[in-house]
Design a protein around this ligand. Sequence first.
Ligand code: XMP
Length: 507
Amino acid sequence: MILIINYGSQVTHLIKRRLRGLGVEATIKQPEQVADADFITNDAFILSGGPESVSSQTVLNKKIFTSDKPILGLCFGHQLIAQEFGGAVEQSKTRQYGAAKLTVLDKTDLFAGLDEEQMVWMSHGDSVSELPKQFRVIGKSEDCNHVAIAHYEKKIFGLQFHPEVEHTKNGTQILHNFVKIAGIKPTLTVRNRIQTIITDIQTNVGNASVIMGVSGGVDSLVASYLLHQAIGDHLFCVYVDTGLMRKEETQEVQTIYDTLQFSHFAVVNASELFLKKLYYIADPEEKRKIIGHTFIEIFESTVGKYAQQNKKIQFLGQGTIYPDRVESSQATNSSAKIKSHHNLTLPENMKLKVVEPLRDLYKDEVRQLGKELGINEDYLNRHPFPGPGLAIRVVGPIDKEKIDIVRQADHIFITELKKANLYKDVWQALVALLPIKTVGVMGDARTYEYMISLRAVTSSDAMSADWAKLPNDFLQMVSNKIINLVSGVNRVVYDITQKPPGTIEYE
Ligand code: XMP
């Protein structure tokens, strides 16, 4: 077991997730929660990154260094180790965000099996300017001489970069090497994770019933499937047509739930209500809040209807996964809020208790679970689609015309990706309407219409993402089709922003 001490990085949970992928169990604790007993029960420690600069105020239980167990510090954690052992940490001349080249100086231990040159992901303002005495430099970059440091006798390592982020090409190998150094044997499997989730649901829910909002997305599908396995016909799936869905989505979702033989599946058409409440709302957080609250209103009234049939529902099931919680800042109390995913903006007076079977998992792990459960891979490989739907892809004020434009353009983009056999190569593809009108010319006449942005990204967990390098002729064909077939659009752009600094959705 590894203890991860969290200093507030946005990606701390990815460390746990990478270790889980290696079959190794880990827990995350805030520095002030770490107790002396933790140094006995755990086999190794990882100090995470964090947004602050190290200072004498930084909370660190010094017993960690006398525990004689391996320690790995990442970014802030690396600086903390350097400071603790008498090195110096200073603000770098240039802050570094993004890819950097690491030169490996020692290909044993932590870097075993790696080539001399490695692409790594940096995100820091400070760096280690002076090496602590007992340490050796095992890796450097152009901008920094102390990117990777090691105290071999004590098995203490520090890395300025983030091996847990997928942009660090061999990050998992580095973590694997650390696990090996710590002598930890893998024990976690997908099967025993499923069993743990099912047992947890049964313990938590007991004999009560659960209403589950489903969207046809992979998260709510796998979450509801697990709930169904756990509580059978005590699960009531409800699909709300918000009017913010993709073209033909409702029919597709109906087919999926019929095929998987869920005991109860109902469709509620509430598109008018949603569009009325959202009319001309521009702020993304307000959109999410309105949508989240309207969902709950509908669920509560549906629960009322079930109650009349003597079905007592006490829980609301949700397909929330870990990245939703991170960005909504519910993962830790020291990281910044990026956006509140709608399934987290529940009203305080909500009468239902929440059950979230996937709350600690990432999308690819959800797919793994789904596969192990025997769910059709076509369902599992659908691109993610956010709960607030097209509302957060119309940038700025919403109205029905703009939603319709996005829906049509989205249908063209997704259909063409599938036809060109590119759909599976992309993590998520979407269309956003930018609230800008530009001049064009069509049929010899002047046009003044909206701009559509196409976004397609590759990722493995949505925590970070790269723009998909779709072929130019494909993009040109999609652009032509959208301009020709979707009235109200005269310009199409392709988004080449990575995440970070961008996000995947526009709002
Ligand atoms: P961002 O835009 O935050 O998206 O980079 C990361 C992943 O989360 C999805 N997403 C949402 N899902 N409710 C959801 O259920 C939301 O409010 C929401 N916002 C973003 C997004 O589609 C992507 O897969």
